[in-house]
Ligand binder design. Sequence first.
Ligand SMILES: Nc1nc2c(c(=O)[nH]1)N[C@H]1C(S)=C(S)[C@@H](COP(=O)(O)OP(=O)(O)OC[C@H]3O[C@@H](n4cnc5c(=O)[nH]c(N)nc54)[C@H](O)[C@@H]3O)O[C@H]1N2
Ligand SMILES: Nc1nc2c(c(=O)[nH]1)N[C@H]1C(S)=C(S)[C@@H](COP(=O)(O)OP(=O)(O)OC[C@H]3O[C@@H](n4cnc5c(=O)[nH]c(N)nc54)[C@H](O)[C@@H]3O)O[C@H]1N2
Ligand code: SF4
Ligand SMILES: [Mo]
Length: 700
Amino acid sequence: MTTHFRTCNLCEAMCGLKIEVTDQTIHSITGDVHDPLSRGHICPKAIGLKDIYQDPNRLKTPMRRIVKDGVTSWESISWETAFTEIVDKLKSIQTQYGNNAVGVYQGNPSIHNWGTSLNSGNFFRLLKTKNMFSATSTDQLPHHFVSWQMFGHPMVLPIPDIDRTDFWLILGGNPIASNGSMMSAPDVAHRLQAIRQRGGKVVVIDPRRTETAAKATTHFFIRPNADVYLLLALIHTVFAENGVKLGKNNAFTEGIDTLKACVADFSPESVAEITGISSEAIRGLAQDFMAAKTAVCYGRVGVSTQGFGTLSQWLINALNVLTGNLDVVGGAMFTAPAFEIVHARKSGLFNRWQSRVRGLPEFMSELPVATMADEMLTGGEGQIRALITSCGNPVLSVPNGQKMDTALENLDFMVSIDIYINESSRHAHIILPPATGLEIGHYDLTFHVLAIRNTAKYSPPLFPKAEGAKYDWEIFQQLAHLFKGETGDFKPMPPEAVLDHGLKKGRYNIDFQQLRDAPHGIDFGALTPCLPERLFTEDKKIQLAPALLVQDLERARAFWLQHQEVATQYPFALIGRRHLRDNNSWMHNSARLVRGRNRCTLLIHPEDAHLLNIDNQQIVSVTSRVGNVSLPAEWSTDMMRGVVCMPHGYGHGRANVQLDVARQHAGVSVNDLTDEQMIDSLTGNAAFSNVFVRIQLERG
Ligand SMILES: Nc1nc2c(c(=O)[nH]1)N[C@H]1C(S)=C(S)[C@@H](COP(=O)(O)OP(=O)(O)OC[C@H]3O[C@@H](n4cnc5c(=O)[nH]c(N)nc54)[C@H](O)[C@@H]3O)O[C@H]1N2
Ligand SMILES: Nc1nc2c(c(=O)[nH]1)N[C@H]1C(S)=C(S)[C@@H](COP(=O)(O)OP(=O)(O)OC[C@H]3O[C@@H](n4cnc5c(=O)[nH]c(N)nc54)[C@H](O)[C@@H]3O)O[C@H]1N2
Ligand code: SF4
Ligand SMILES: [Mo]
């Protein structure tokens, strides 16, 4: 028996694993108690790594789709044939229709796989297409936009220092289920408990009393999409009650008077109705936040993926700055990663071009994914005719998945770099499957940058890749080599070499060998203050009131003044949820992760259900502007009245999907209800929260 230590790369928490193996057989996967970040924590998904390794549905060789007499089948082809066909086809489409006729979609695991992160960009840039998309615009675009506007760089992201704070205010995040996001913090449950044990407070703002809310000191229900008003009122109260204390940041903070003017109209009384939170509670919350020795406000998916997501993320940062809680211990802090990914100041990142059909703005060379299907389905010059997806499943993950499904079906050519034939890759003409999971080495390029502690860890591969398989970095480097028309010998460069170079250049002066020699990782300690050095704004100042955000506030003000009535046709607001044993759309092929009661249900408050004569577990039909799905209703007093809730990532019942376990637990896709027209119009990020729906009893 040998013992192998590595990092789990399935979610952002980066848990250390201890894996016991004989030959190629895994005996156990447990938490590594010596990992300085995760300290022994793991979640049930870690065992899923074993399932991925053994999964008979996982692809090991390139596959070509064949349709004969209307029947789809797949044949295994050689890498050489696959690469040649792909490069020829992409080139001929670009020659005939222009560069923008090829689109790219990069999904979530691309940032969890360093081979992909380091190499995909080089290939995709060669395509010279403006039709670049990724899961970023379903999710975290507001965070990057706001960091760019306030701190001068989209990757200078403030992380809540939850191990040392006295007051943690969480809006629209459920880290006990998700294990944290834009905050790598394994074992949030114990860290949260520790805040309370040291006399601190945790307050959760969420339309559902979540697993995290249940462990918090206080929970407030909020109307979906109303966080911006709550935040405006909190900041209003800070100004009104002389709570502004910039502290050490005073010397380099700009825009305080403009911010004060922005919030002037938004007293707690004025936003009580729209938020559903009483003025006393809002004022009390602001007072508690100001009174706490240290405090940090943190907002995640529920706040980012709504109509005013970018404004909300701005105001979250602004609240932290105003109350003296930015870049100080116990507040929102910045990391100092061993492998630096933040280099020069990035200017002119926004709106350099717009999407062809809806005119949505580019950000960091990408267009919003809410309009990707439009770009495929709308004819004319610049229409996307060929698509490459990498690590993504847009049919289940972007708003209006049915429309995406149709769009993929109509492409002239599609390539998926993916390990499965799922709801999206089933439309591909060729699938290229990389080695993954326990077969690859791992260093977390991204999540060390978002972690609550400065650590570094390298994991060597546990198992050799399957015979004839390729690593993701080999695939991307080979594609780039062929696309450039290079001749001669080709020797792909492994990511370990890049890591060694980056570490040596980095702030801790270590090299790859030193990291290799530390199987549990190296601890560089808690986060430390680093401003103004880490500011990349032109004047080296924190921008509290950037013009683009101040302007966008007028949109929120207009909506507020209208007191927009919910269309009576669609009386319920639909929001999302994550379950601990789900991982977006792609881990339902693990039998142990899907077993137990059906998780793909519509949570509804019993009194709302009663008015509609819906019993617990009865099948209901849910309809939005764009579609309809049927699923069991599940009564829950944890829901706010008028709000219903569904998980995303289900809907595996589509034809030709080759996921044997997942198909037995198919569920339905919430994104057959979400609306691609609902976006945060400033950045174009999808607005999944607050989709209007109608609910009817289908059958008992
Ligand atoms: N309604 C609603 N929709 C949402 C969300 C929501 O909260 N509500 N959340 C959004 C968020 S935050 C995100 S990040 C997106 C995720 O959206 P996507 O990134 O589009 O979807 P995933 O389910 O993460 O798909 C991962 C894909 O990568 C493949 N894969 C897994 N490992 C590897 C690998 O090592 N290499 C390669 N090449 N492929 C691999 C899987 O087979 C799968 O096809 O969904 C978004 N969609
Ligand atoms: N187990 C598991 N872990 C995951 C994932 C997974 O699919 N499963 N996905 C990973 C990914 S890609 C991401 S991005 C992270 C996301 O991590 P989190 O942001 O923690 O994700 P969610 O659990 O979706 O939490 C969003 C919360 O927002 C609430 N909410 C919805 N609308 C509103 C609103 O208008 N206002 C407020 N205040 N709250 C609202 C929802 O009720 C929900 O509790 O999780 C990651 N980790
Ligand atoms: S919390 Fe995330 S990183 Fe930790 S074991 Fe679970 S899936 Fe892996
Ligand atoms: Mo995400």
